[in-house]
Write a protein that binds this ligand. Structure first.
Ligand code: HAS
Length: 554
């Protein structure tokens, strides 16, 4: 093989399949999203009621929770996990020049697909209306948990492939710094393994016994372990998006990233502080000493800092690139950005939306303010701007490149491409701000009857209606994207994908290794931080003795 080139056929096949699964999940999950937002808007038709009237064999309320579970699982779990493994399979050999073991790719794909199908059967049949957070004592069918466990274990097998490829690269390149795009992939999978370990533990200890054998379980214990996983999960989603910003923004501008060191500091901080912060989801839970919640609040501010470093790094790179392209004065560089490139436009609009979602995250993380917004539509606004836009819009926009480089297809309806990020961004801004306002007025999330039996406060009506209009706008953006994606696969002109492919060492090759490249050291520090952050709450929980309650069917 020529120097600087690598064969990627096996990884590309894996990536093509997983990314198709991801966007199939976007299509189905998006349909449930539209059903939901229309049904939850005051004085708009309750479409679940219409379905009930058509005789689908379930009440409107039951269908709402079934639809909400499908929406959350398809978008927050299936879309993200499948896209991230696919993107990582595509990037790893191209950045490191090392292949992922084919046996691991095959095993991972089989497990993830079978797991998804099993969980999907349970959800579609209405056997697991437990929402994507699946708190006990509400219990679903064993197929749901077995499917979820298989999906996660399949992603672990893929992660093993990434780690082995990294070790091979390290042996061949001692003393070389890890290339930034791969550092992102590595960070993401380290966070994923650290996050999913407590989840797998609690699913095996509590969920499966409750579901299969009807055993009683302690609700607080389940929530503690779920959120240990649940917050780190969000950085498993976010870090690959940030990786694409670090890779593509400088490339499109033709300049180096403002600071590779700062990028690596950000990744190291994500590894360190993503996991020991779950208690900020449990501020309102009784039974956890406020001192432990306070400790994790401090750590939450630590894990917010790499996002702020990213904000600085990306804006500084944009300024550097804009000035290199002739931008002058205080803001002239902003007008010299490659805004006509839909991929660049999508990535930057996703990045700006992350400013919106990140600020509301900091508000969520404040003990007192959390009392105002917890379990309201505010939180819905927060996660649609973070995972729903910073992450998903980045993935959609970068897929315009993958269509050509991975699938070997010309994009159809090219002129419509900028409409995808523009509609998604505009709709999401309207949706999120309106939902923040409704949330501050106390409008709850996750309730099938938004009118409270006709007693809806007047303050909720207008923001929820405006939010729904925003949702329609970004749904149209999503629809255009899906037509372009599946349409290009079916009817786009073929472009030959030539093998071997050139390594992506752009815009400049990595330098010498520093302390930031000592990943094992960072992981060890993260484990110690987890022990410090969680030991108090666990000693308190088990010291007091568990208070098991029998499982409840939804
Ligand atoms: Fe969160 C709830 C706190 C980030 C996702 N979060 C959720 C839930 C989800 C989620 C799904 O403390 C709901 C879970 C459920 O179902 O119950 N979150 C935070 C904090 C951050 C944060 C402190 N969250 C995320 C990310 C997510 C995500 C990222 C997905 C990818 N979150 C919370 C808390 C709750 C919560 C509580 C529980 C709420 C409750 O009570 O239930 C931080 O990591 C955020 C840091 C980010 C920043 C932003 C930096 C700014 C950038 C852009 C700047 C751009 C500019 C524009 C200025 C500080 C990167 C420049 C202009 C140009 C033209 C260039």
């Amino acid at each position: 093989m020529e120097a600087g080139k690598v064969y990627t056929a096996r990884e590309d096949w894996y990536a093509r399949v997983t990314i198709v699964v991801a966007f199939t999940a976007l299509l189905l999950g998006g349909i449930f999203g539209v059903l939901q937002v229309i049904s939850r808007t005051p004085y708009w038709p309750n479409l679940y009621g219409v379905l009930q009237g058509l005789g689908v064999g379930a009440s409107a309320d039951e269908l709402y929770y079934r639809g909400l579970t499908a929406h959350g699982v398809l978008l927050a779990v299936v879309l993200t996990t499948f896209y991230i493994v696919g993107l990582s399979a595509y990037l790893t050999p191209r950045v490191l020049g090392v292949n992922i073991k084919p046996v691991l790719l095959n095993a991972s794909l089989a497990m993830m697909v079978v797991g998804t199908v099993l969980a999907a059967i349970a959800i579609v049949m209405g056997w697991a209306n437990v929402l994507y957070t699946f708190y006990l004592p509400i219990v679903g069918h064993p197929l749901f948990y077995i499917g979820a466990a298989l999906l996660i274990l399949g992603s672990w097998v893929f992660a093993a492939g990434v780690f082995i490829a990294y070790l091979e690269w390290r042996r061949a390149n001692p003393g070389l710094g890890i290339p930034v795009p791969f550092f992102g992939i590595l960070t993401s999978f380290i966070v994923w393994i650290m996050a999913t370990t407590p989840l797998v533990f609690i699913v095996l200890k509590n969920h499966i016994p409750a579901s299969v054998l009807g055993w009683s379980t302690d609700a607080l214990e389940t929530r503690l372990f779920f959120w240990w996983f649940g917050h780190a999960l969000v950085y498993f989603w976010l870090v690959p998006a940030i990786t694409l910003w670090y890779y593509y923004v400088p490339k499109a501008l033709g300049v180096p990233l403002f600071s590779e060191t700062m990028a690596k500091v950000a990744f190291a901080l994500f590894i360190l502080a993503s996991t020991p912060v779950g208690l900020h989801h449990q501020f309102t839970d009784p039974g956890v000493n406020p001192y432990f919640k306070y400790l994790q609040t401090v750590l939450t501010l630590v894990v917010a800092s790499p996002s702020m470093l990213t904000a600085f790094n990306i804006i500084a790179t944009m300024e550097r690139g804009g000035r290199a392209r002739g931008g002058e004065g205080l803001l002239g560089w902003l007008f010299k950005q490659p805004w006509r490139d839909p991929v660049y436009l999508g990535l930057i609009l996703a990045f700006i939306t992350f400013g919106n979602g990140g600020i509301t995250g900091i508000i969520n993380a404040s003990y007192q303010l959390n009392n105002v917004v917890h379990n309201t539509t505010w939180v819905v606004g927060h996660f649609h701007t973070t995972v729903g836009t910073a992450v998903v819009l980045t993935f959609m926009a970068y897929t315009f490149i993958l269509l050509r480089d991975l699938y070997g297809r010309e994009l159809i309806l090219k002129r419509l491409a900028p409409a995808v990020p523009l509609l998604w961004f505009t709709g999401m801004m309207v949706f999120s701000v309106a939902y923040y306002i409704a949330g501050i007025e106390g409008s709850p999330r996750r309730t099938s009857d938004v009118t409270y039996g006709g007693m809806i406060p007047a303050e909720w009506v207008l923001p929820l209606q405006v939010g729904a209009i925003g949702a329609m706008v970004f749904a149209v953006g999503g629809l255009i994207f899906l037509i372009q994606f599946f349409g290009s696969l079916a009817a786009g002109a073929r472009i030959p994908v030539v093998q071997p492919v050139t390594l992506m060492l752009n815009p400049h090759p990595p330098g010498k290794a520093t302390v930031l490249d000592r990943v094992a050291l960072i992981v060890a520090a993260a484990i110690i931080l987890n022990i410090i952050a969680y030991s108090g709450a666990l000693i308190e929980l088990y010291g007091r003795g568990l208070q098991p309650v029998p499982p409840v069917l939804p």
